[in-house]
Ligand binder design. Structure first.
Ligand SMILES: Cc1ncc(C[n+]2csc(CCOP(=O)(O)OP(=O)(O)O)c2C)c(N)n1
Ligand code: SF4
Ligand SMILES: [Mg+2]
Length: 351
């Protein structure tokens, strides 16, 4: 929760980390005005500020694309690595093994993750690396002037590209097929939901996939296109109203609980995600339900948004290893060099 402290001639909200929202911003954006990616970057800033995250405890990752440029536009005090096209997962896996206490936030695109990076994407998902993995999904390769991406709908017509002949890849289905432990879909035109899902994703212990439809206003925003603002607004079918409640705010939880049909998901850190079902009694802990809803949405041309699936019990990657309490990248020579005794023991085991 943020408090208001008076500052010279003005007031600024200061959060429990002692920081103002400005401390979470990055460089001014160079993306097109109205690009969905800018709206998502703004929600990342708000979510981290409201969650009192210390920016120096975060590491940002990306690949290549307009979407992958966006970590420059938030958290300028955090660590960051802009990897090669489609290779963010291997860089992130290595870095988060090097320091398992950092919070990882990856921003990728539909081209970066669903085309060149699909192999890496599926493996980081099944390994359950502890990070938020955002795909800013606009159906095109924005940075290279709007070619169809693997998520573009069949029949999409673009002036300079012609007609897309191929069936699309559904990123959430691919994530579930790879045994993801957190899968959510959202829409940049629904910023409140984006922010609440981001908070839930940041509290997840493991890899949280957030597939966010993020319109490219320059190359794929005509009203009939499935990744446009208009189509998204007309076809969005939220599964639930979602509210994230931080561990210390149980009172809010009780108030929220009174009305409507409510389902709670308790996250690893004690925070609670409250899902107020709108028209369906949706159970986000059932893989079967998630697959059924996605299949139904595809057949009916619905943009189903919300928390599709969550499993809070599976261990994250670094928990599967018996790591020491010091991050591996902070261990010195003395910690790493085995004693002669230990070498003898290992040799005795091997021969
Ligand atoms: C190995 C390699 N192949 C191709 C490219 C050219 N390239 C740069 S960005 C990009 C696609 C980006 O699309 P997406 O990830 O959807 O991001 P967007 O720009 O749409 O946000 C491509 C093909 C590259 N940089 N590197
Ligand atoms: S080209 Fe498209 S994706 Fe890239 S910044 Fe512009 S609107 Fe965004
Ligand atoms: Mg794209």
């Amino acid at each position: 929760m943020a408090t208001t402290l008076p500052m010279a001639g003005t007031t600024a909200q200061i959060n429990l980390a002692g920081l103002a929202k400005n401390d979470y911003r990055g460089a001014p954006t160079t993306l097109c005005q109205g690009c969905g990616h800018n709206s998502i970057a703004n929600q990342i800033i708000s979510a981290l500020f409201e969650m009192n995250v210390v920016p120096e405890n975060v590491v940002k990752f990306s690949g290549i694309g307009c979407s992958s440029k966006s970590p420059t536009y938030f958290l300028n005090r955090s660590f960051g690595f802009n990897g090669l096209h489609g290779r963010m997962p291997s860089v992130a896996t290595g870095a988060l093994f090097g320091d398992q206490f950092l919070k990882g936030i990856g921003v990728s695109g539909d081209g970066d993750s669903a085309s060149i990076g699909m192999g890496q994407f599926k493996h980081i998902v099944r390994r359950n690396v502890n990070m938020v993995y955002i795909i800013e999904n606009n159906g095109v390769y924005g940075l290279t002037k709007g070619q169809f991406s693997a998520t573009a709908e069949v029949g999409l017509q673009l002036k300079k590209q012609g007609t897309n002949q191929y069936m699309p890849v559904d990123i959430c289905m691919e994530a579930l097929a790879s045994n993801a432990t957190f899968v959510a879909r959202s829409f940049a035109g629904n910023p409140k939901q984006v922010k609440e899902l981001l908070k839930a994703a940041l509290s997840h212990n493991g890899l949280a996939v957030l597939d966010i439809v993020s319109p490219c206003v320059t190359f794929n925003n005509q009203t009939s296109a499935y990744h446009s603002y208009t189509w998204g607004k007309d076809h969005e079918e939220p599964l639930h109203d979602i509210t994230y409640v931080a561990p210390r705010n149980e009172i809010i939880l009780e108030e929220e609980m009174k009305a409507g049909e409510v389902r709670e998901v308790t996250m690893h850190d004690g925070s609670v995600v409250i899902l107020k079902n709108l028209d369906k009694d949706y159970d986000p802990t059932s893989r079967f339900e998630a697959l059924r809803v996605m299949e139904e949405a595809e057949r009916n041309n619905w943009l189903v948004t919300g928390l599709l699936y969550v499993d809070t019990d599976k261990p994250s990657l670094t928990e599967m290893y018996d790591l020491v309490d010091t991050p591996l990248n902070r261990l010195g020579d003395a910690d790493l060099r085995p004693t002669p005794d230990m070498i003898d023991k290992v040799n005795a085991l091997m021969f």
